[in-house]
Structures are given as structure tokens and as C-alpha cells.
Design a protein around this ligand. Structure first.
Ligand SMILES: Cc1ncc(COP(=O)(O)O)c(C=O)c1O
Length: 287
């Protein structure tokens, strides 16, 4: 079955779905995006993602192309047309098509909206148990990482550096050596006291939707947590480490800069959180 994409009001086969060469997203990365995961047909944390999309649009003064209820309908239609059960839906909104000129188009032009769907295989238990490797790299992004902008060059370079070094993800380090976040994930440890630790949100990191749900899950499970920055030394001496994102859910980190974290295998708290997260999503969907 061929993939179907939504482009500015039209449903098109993926291979024929395209945008104008003067779309400001294409020329300036002048736009925002969201990735919403689907698990066995359930759309995970949809409202959180759509509210963050609204915040990103507001921050960049881009007019929403459709209302939130319409966006929810479009997501379901793309899910239906692609027979999507487990995978992701990608939404991208840009400031629209205009002759290339840095200021906002005047008069304004309609913003562009594309939505695509991608099937994903769930990693099996052995892969999750093995966990992933992380390297650390100096922060090189702009000071508004809270906006989910499509301008991702530093994230791409950092992710490629991880791949080149045989790792899965890079964690950015701020000027004081504290971990900000990953290229597409939030960063966590279970510290020496057995307390879950992650950096508080501000303009230096993306306020992860999965991050927020995991804090709720930890509260429900009675697992202590603290929102406090940690550095590489803390991470290398932690009992466990993990990353969170819409598509990774909770993924254990078992080496940092080639050094094993804890016993070098997925830790029990990371695994417990992963399962509890998915259980919560399924339960909320059944309500
Ligand atoms: C830089 C960055 N941090 C964190 C995340 C995790 O956010 P979420 O849990 O909302 O997917 C992402 C997701 O794409 C990201 O790009």
C-alpha cells in the first residue's frame, strides 16, 4: 500500500506530495513541526503535542492554518488512509509561500500545512534490554530550543556525530558542562540516591510531552524525582540513564561516552517506566 500525505488541503501519494520551491520552510526553515506517535492504533499524548504546536506557532507569529479540532480530524484521516497502527504522524507548518525576502510576507500569505505518516516496528525486549549508547557534545543550538522549529541543523550534525561514533544519540552539554537534552530526546538519569533526575524546562530545552507524562507516571508509581541539571560525571556514576521522546517512549541508555552506566544493561526503573507509560496510554484511550 502506498503512503498517503496531506499537503495544503490535498491527499496525495507520498511520491507525488511536494511543496512550492518558495515555501519559506524550504528556503528559511521558517516553520514548526510536531511528531505524534501511534501505538497499536492509539494516538499518544495528542493534546499535549497539539498544544505545544500552538505555542511554537505563537512564538514565531505564524498563523495556524486550521483550527485544533480540524487538525485532529486531519490526523485521524491520515491515520485511516495509511492504515497506521504503530508509527508516527509528522505535522509541519510553515509561514507559507512568498518571494524570497527575509521579513514576514506583507500582506501575509496562508501558512502551509503538511501531514505525513510512517509505520514503525516496536523494538523487541532484547533490544530494549540492550539499551542505547550516548555521547556528549558541546551545545551549539540557539537559545530558544523550547520552540519546535524545523531548523534542525545542529541536531542533525550532533546525531550524525553519534552515528559516526557508533552511538545512538548525542547529549548536548551547556557551558557549565550540564546536559541540556538529546538531539531529539530528553535526557534522564536515576542518580546515586535512586532518584529520577532531569533538567527543568526553560528556553534551553524542548519541553518534551513524553517527559511530562513520565513525571506523572513516576508520581503515580511513587518513584522519587527531581528536576535538576546533571553533568557527565553524575551521568557516568548514575544507577541508570534513559531518554524519552514520542517515538522512543522510554529507552534505556546503557553507555555514555563508551563507559557503562550502572551494570551496562537496561535498569529496572527505566524498564518499569517504559511499561507504565504504555499502560497509561492504553488505559487513557479506553476511558
Ligand atoms: C530536541 C528534542 N528534545 C526532546 C524531544 C522529546 O520530545 P517529545 O517527548 O515531545 O517527543 C524531542 C522530540 O522530537 C526533541 O526534538
Amino acid at each position: 500500500m502506498s503512503r498517503i500525505a496531506y499537503v495544503n488541503g490535498h491527499y496525495l501519494p507520498h511520491a507525488h506530495a511536494s511543496v512550492h520551491i518558495e515555501d519559506r520552510g524550504y528556503q528559511f526553515a521558517d516553520g514548526v513541526y510536531e511528531v505524534v506517535a501511534l501505538y497499536k492504533g492509539i494516538i499518544l499524548d495528542e493534546i499535549g503535542h497539539l498544544e505545544r504546536l500552538e505555542r511554537s506557532l505563537n512564538a514565531l507569529r505564524i498563523k495556524p492554518p486550521v483550527t485544533l479540532p480540524v487538525l485532529r480530524l486531519l490526523i485521524r484521516e491520515i491515520q485511516r488512509r495509511n492504515l497506521l497502527q504503530t508509527g508516527l504522524i509528522y505535522l509541519q507548518i510553515t509561514r507559507g509561500v512568498a518571494t524570497r525576502f527575509h521579513p514576514f510576507p506583507d500582506p501575509p500569505v496562508p501558512s502551509s500545512l503538511i501531514i505525513t505518516a510512517k509505520h514503525m516496528k516496536l523494538p523487541n525486549d532484547a533490544i530494549v534490554q540492550k539499551g542505547v549508547s550516548v555521547i556528549t557534545i558541546p551545545e551549539m543550538r540557539w537559545p530558544r530550543c523550547d520552540i519546535k522549529s524545523i531548523s534542525l541543523l545542529p541536531n542533525i550534525l550532533a546525531k550524525q556525530e553519534a552515528i559516526d561514533k557508533g552511538a545512538y544519540e548525542s547529549w548536548f552539554l551547556d557551558a557549565e558542562g550540564f546536559v541540556t537534552e538529546g538531539t531529539a530526546t530528553n535526557a534522564w538519569i536515576v542518580n546515586e540516591k535512586g532518584c529520577i533526575q532531569t533538567r527543568p524546562t526553560n528556553e534551553n530545552i524542548l519541553s518534551g510531552i513524553t517527559r511530562k507524562t513520565i513525571l506523572d507516571v513516576a508520581k503515580d508509581l511513587g518513584i522519587p524525582f527531581v528536576e535538576k541539571p546533571f553533568n557527565t560525571h553524575d551521568a557516568e556514576h548514575a544507577q541508570e540513564a534513559f531518554i524519552t521522546s514520542a517515538t522512543n517512549y522510554v529507552m534505556p541508555v546503557t553507555t555514555i561516552n563508551k563507559k557503562p552506566v550502572g551494570k551496562g544493561v537496561a535498569g529496572p526503573i527505566s524498564i518499569q517506566l517504559r511499561h507504565a507509560y504504555l499502560e497509561k496510554m492504553v488505559a487513557e484511550n479506553a476511558e
